[in-house]
Design a protein around this ligand. Structure first.
Ligand code: ATP
Ligand code: MG
Length: 574
């Protein structure tokens, strides 16, 4: 564990210290900040967009800036209110009503956000999907979610006759030639424009489902996680404290809404704060990314460690060519944030990245390094105010500090999922121990309250009587100068004596060799302990990842056992 601490990034953030924030915090006080608390009329689209649009002081403030291939489209809060009203009328015309599902199967484009807001206004659940899903993956999700309609752009003529597509009544094509369309298909381009811009938002109960999102699929087939309108309370608080968003903030949380980070922090959370959200939809290119930061005067940047590593690989020299003077915070999510990434950004951007931990199921950031607290590199930080976390054993008993166990949260925070779609058993499994929501992640807590992520429960490696997370070994591997990325899995040879196998992608200027192999094995032993013996090292060009960019250890395990790797396991191109 790293003992170093980095001073608070932004003591002037004006939020007070972590302890101060926690001591005066109550969820009830947060609820009072929403108009719904006074009007008893709740809808997240109203709180996120219409509330600002109806106020002349904020109506013309930018809500969304969308950039693709050099083209920039800007939408104010007023624009988004009008457009989402029109889209809500369009969906209504196609018979969408409260409780129906709308699947959105598109590459990032502004229409995704219009449709999400429109669906929310109707009480319809929206479900953004990665446009890169293969037919089988799409079919699996449609069979599970039974959407009334799909908003997409590929022509689905060939797919519609399939049995599991029966639930789909409408395929709404964002673009496309009208001739040759089947009865279920409609081109909506221009249609939404022709709708009236007046729409009476459907007021809903706090627990009314808002969105359905399939998890990343890192540990098994993706689960359809359901979230409700009430999530907004947690979204607002996490955005305010962890990302420090205010109406003056320009946030770039560059993610497809098919990953929960893109839905929550690319859209609703910044809007609930009255801030501007920037979406950059071009494929990763260091210069494009740096230009986006500069051009839009981004103040808060929310990224994955993987993307940050790619920026590091592009070198320090590039950083100096751009003006990043607007940038105040860099926050990171998805996987453990290696200390070397923190130090690189601190050196080159003069900003210390903050790790944030959460899951699709939690609906909001739950553990984080706040800008107003000291950062301990390697730690994901402390629980948010209003969130109670613990490290527990398999019976649900709290473990003492510095002992690894499962990370658990006390159920009841406002953004907690309300269900797993059509799978009560899987939902209940998260709550199988009394009093806890089980995360499936292993962690350690230090006496000063900082949490350290150790890996998934499925990925743990047992050495003798000791359990260690793959992350510890991967981190040691990444400290070797030849190693670019590493993933570690174990296969039990004899009980307590695992065969540890490392998959390594090496830096471009290095050639794999038997000597390098031996050198890396010795390096890890020296870094960790003589008990950590790497039995095998496989050099790969690219470690397999989920679409949200996470290492797929289960794919590596499957491959190792000669099992099919599965369709969800594509190498992510970013
Ligand atoms: P699936 O549930 O389908 O296996 P997934 O768990 O990767 O996929 P997500 O909900 O996108 O799907 O990711 C949540 C998981 O990501 C967490 O359980 C945790 O393992 C990991 N994670 C998120 N943030 C962090 C972080 N800051 N540090 C370490 N791990 C993180
Ligand atoms: Mg998960």
């Amino acid at each position: 564990m790293i003992k170093a601490k980095i001073a608070p990034q932004n003591p002037e953030a004006n939020l007070g210290s972590y302890d101060e924030i926690c001591s005066r915090f109550s969820w009830g006080d947060v609820e009072k900040q929403f108009t719904w608390y006074h009007t008893h009329q709740l809808n997240i689209a109203h709180e996120a967009i219409d509330r600002w649009a109806d106020n002349p002081n904020t109506a013309n403030h930018n809500a969304l800036i969308f950039e693709k291939s050099g083209e920039i489209k800007t939408y104010t809060y007023r624009d988004l209110k009008i457009i989402s009203n029109k889209w809500a009328n369009l969906l209504k015309q196609y018979g969408f009503k409260i409780g129906d599902r709308l699947f959105i199967f598109l590459d990032p484009c502004p229409e995704i956000y219009f449709a999400m807001l429109a669906a929310a206004k109707l009480g319809v659940l929206f479900c953004p999907l990665f446009a890169s899903l293969g037919y089988d993956e799409l079919e699996e999700r449609i069979e599970n979610g039974k959407p009334r309609g799909i908003l997409t752009n590929p022509d689905m003529d060939e797919w519609l006759p399939h049995d599991d597509m029966q639930a789909v009544q409408h395929v709404l094509l964002t673009h496309g030639p009208a001739p040759g369309l089947s009865a279920k298909e409609t081109v909506v381009e221009g249609l939404a424009d022709s709708m009236t811009d007046q729409f009476s938002t459907r007021w809903v109960d706090a627990q009314t489902p808002l969105y359905l999102l399939y998890t990343s699929g890192s540990t098994g087939p993706p689960k359809g996680v359901v979230h409700a309108h009430r999530d907004m309370i947690g979204q607002l608080i996490s955005a305010r404290y962890v990302l420090n968003l205010t109406p003056n903030s320009v946030l770039w949380a560059d993610c497809d809404p098919a990953w929960v980070t893109g839905t929550v922090y690319g859209a609703f959370a910044p809007w609930l704060c009255g801030a501007t959200s920037v979406i950059q939809a071009d494929p990763f290119l260091t210069s494009t990314w740096y230009r986006t930061l500069e051009r839009h005067n981004i103040t808060v940047w929310y990224k994955t460690p993987r993307a940050m590593r790619r920026l590091m690989e592009a070198g320090e020299d590039l950083v100096g060519r751009y003006d990043f003077s607007s940038l105040k915070h860099i926050a990171v999510v998805g996987e453990a944030l290696a200390p070397e990434i923190i130090y690189w950004f601190k050196k080159n951007f003069k900003i210390t990245p903050h790790d944030t931990w959460w899951m699709t199921e939690t609906g909001m950031i739950c553990i984080a390094n706040f800008p107003s607290m000291e950062i301990k590199p390697g730690s994901m930080g402390k629980p948010l105010p209003g969130i109670e976390a613990a490290i527990i054993d398999e019976k649900g008993r709290r473990l003492p500090d510095l002992t690894m166990g499962e990370l658990a949260l006390k159920p009841g925070w406002p953004a907690m999922m309300t269900g797993i779609w059509e799978d009560e058993r899987r939902y209940k499994d998260y709550f199988r121990l009394p009093e806890w929501f089980l995360t499936g992640d292993m962690a350690i807590r230090e006496p000063d309250g900082y949490y350290y992520h150790q890996g998934r429960t499925d990925d743990l490696i047992k050495i003798g009587v000791k359990l260690i997370g793959p992350y510890e070994i991967e981190r040691a591997l990444c400290q070797h100068p030849a190693v670019r990325e590493a993933a570690v899995i174990s296969k039990p040879a004899h009980p307590g004596e695992p065969r540890i196998k490392a998959f390594i992608s090496i830096n471009k200027n290095v050639t794999p060799s038997a000597r390098l192999n031996q050198e890396i094995k010795a390096f890890v032993k020296a870094k960790l302990s003589s008990e950590v013996v790497l039995k095998e090292i496989v050099f790969m060009e690219e470690i397999p990842k989920t679409r949200s960019g996470k290492i797929l250890r289960r794919a590596l395990r499957a491959q190792d056992m000669g099992l099919p790797i599965g369709d969800h396991m594509k190498i992510k191109d970013f």
